[in-house]
Design a protein. Structure first.
Length: 365
């Protein structure tokens, strides 16, 4: 009888534990944006707020399916969040989705350009498995290698430092661009020998430097993606940020499967693929250092993330990484030149075929 009671109790505990799991972010561990026009506003800083207070405010925005945007600021700014369970790494499947506010433009003056351009502000995604089981994001981090990981234009081991500005200094406006009222506001310098400034504009009047951080400088490290913007007007009034193929947050609209992520993309610091049973923590950081005229600096925005498996989403990995697995299973997979999976092509164009026999380029006329 005792054994039966114990078994029933164990089953009930397991069932309650399963029910308690939420697909959504349940905690923000750190919110550390780089300087930018939306910093101290998304979320709002109040005098006396500490790093813990701001992490809590970020959590109130993006956890539990609240879907309120937070800004990561300029290059390197990041947020670290976690879930109340391990997101399982299911072979060949997308495992989780990160929600941003990317969208495509319907009014691009360059009608011959890619339709996948508008406001696409890519953030690199890092993941971590709670190997030591302490519930803290203090284990090894792995980058989810997106479409630009092996692009020669991508700078790995990039480092940039921003310096706290003097808010009372004399401003240096740009006479040719009335929307910029201080071109020497937040100074930065990187390990490539370049220097510059995060400009202050006429639209946002608060400090752009995170006020809850006591340090007079902020240093961020990671990979730097190539600029993705084009001034399609040629006159500085219509900037289009073009989406990368796949593998980045806030890069494609939330309705697009390319805002979903596969844990199998994970690589270590040497670029070698790693096999993880699943992940508990995610870090997203702004991956470009660019300024787009009146739009200001490019800054990744996040409004949430969730476990696809817990919501019944069984999306296949339709990227190049997914096709490698397909080939290994003696299946044929077709991809566009941008690296996105398509049905067997019937429309004229150039396609990439992956099969057990290898990879080849196919021209359909």
């Amino acid at each position: 009888m005792k054994r039966i009671i114990f078994t029933i109790t164990a089953l009930l505990v397991a069932a309650i534990g399963a029910i308690a799991q939420s697909p959504y972010i349940n905690r923000v561990y750190e919110y550390r944006p780089a300087p930018g026009q939306f910093v101290n506003e998304m979320p709002s800083y109040e005098e006396g707020d500490t790093p813990e207070d701001m992490a809590r405010k970020a959590e109130e925005c993006i956890a539990h399916d609240e879907r309120v945007l937070i800004s990561l600021g300029s290059y390197g700014g990041y947020v670290t969040f976690g879930f109340d369970h391990m997101i399982e790494n299911r072979p060949g499947k997308m495992d989780f989705q990160i929600l941003g506010n990317a969208f495509y433009s319907n009014a691009n003056p360059n009608q011959s350009a890619s339709k996948e351009g508008g406001s696409c502000e890519p953030g690199i995604v890092m993941v971590s498995h709670d190997a030591n089981g302490n519930g803290e994001p203090d284990d090894a981090w792995y980058e989810l290698a997106g479409s630009e990981y092996d692009n020669p234009a991508t700078v790995h081991n990039y480092r940039i430092t921003y310096y706290r500005p003097d808010e009372d200094k004399e401003r240096t406006p740009n006479p040719d661009y009335k929307f910029i009222n201080d071109t020497s506001y937040v100074r930065w310098a990187d390990n490539l020998g370049y220097t510059g400034h995060v400009y202050r504009n006429v639209y946002h009047h608060q400090s752009y430097y995170p006020q809850w951080i006591d340090a007079d400088s902020l240093t961020f490290e990671g990979a730097l993606l190539a600029d993705n913007y084009v001034d399609e007007s040629g006159m500085g009034n219509y900037y289009v940020q073009y989406a990368y193929a796949w593998g980045y947050a806030d890069n494609h609209p939330n309705t697009d499967n390319r805002s979903k992520f596969n844990i199998e993309w994970a690589v270590n610091h040497e670029g070698k693929r790693v096999s993880l049973p699943g992940i508990h923590f995610v870090k997203v950081y702004c991956a470009v250092n660019q300024y787009c005229g009146w739009l200001g600096e490019t800054s990744t925005e996040i409004m949430g993330a969730y476990d696809l498996h817990l919501v019944g989403d069984d999306t296949d990995d339709a990227t190049e990484i997914g096709c490698i697995r397909q080939s290994a299973e003696n299946k044929v997979a077709w991809y566009s030149l941008s690296g996105y999976r398509v049905a067997e092509p019937s429309v004229p164009g150039i396609y990439i075929e992956h099969s057990s026999k290898g990879v080849r380029k196919v021209i359909v006329k």
